[in-house]
Design a binder for this molecule. Structure first.
Ligand SMILES: [Zn+2]
Length: 97
C-alpha cells in the first residue's frame, strides 16, 4: 500500500515537473498549478519517506545499532546471533575459541 502511495506521489511530482517544462517551452499556459503539483508531490514523497523509515531510529540510520544477543547460529555453534533492538537488523558474530 505504501508503495502505491509513493507511486502516486511520484506521479503527481512528475506531472508537475512536466507541466513546468511545458510552460518553459511555451507549449501551454498553465498557472500556479504546476508549482502546486510539485510542492504537493514533493511533500507527499518526503512524508511517505519519513513514515516508511519510522521504525528505524536515527542512530540505526548512521550505523549505530543497539545489538542484543538473541541466540546461537544453528550451522555454526560458535557464532552468536545479535539483533538490533531498534530496527531488527541481525548480525552474526563468531566467537574465537
Ligand atoms: Zn538498528
Amino acid at each position: 500500500m505504501l508503495e502505491k502511495n509513493q507511486l502516486a506521489a511520484a506521479t503527481v511530482f512528475t506531472a508537475g515537473v512536466m507541466l513546468l517544462l511545458a510552460d518553459l517551452v511555451d507549449v501551454m499556459d498553465v498557472s500556479v498549478l504546476q508549482y502546486l503539483l510539485i510542492v504537493a508531490g514533493g511533500a507527499a514523497l518526503a512524508v511517505i519517506s519519513l513514515v516508511s523509515k519510522k521504525e528505524k531510529s536515527l542512530l540505526c540510520r548512521v550505523g549505530l545499532h543497539k545489538y542484543n544477543r538473541t541466540g546461537w547460529d544453528d550451522e555454526m555453534p560458535s557464532a552468536a546471533i545479535y539483533q538490533c533492538d531498534q530496527c531488527g537488523r541481525r548480525k552474526r558474530v563468531v566467537k574465537a575459541g
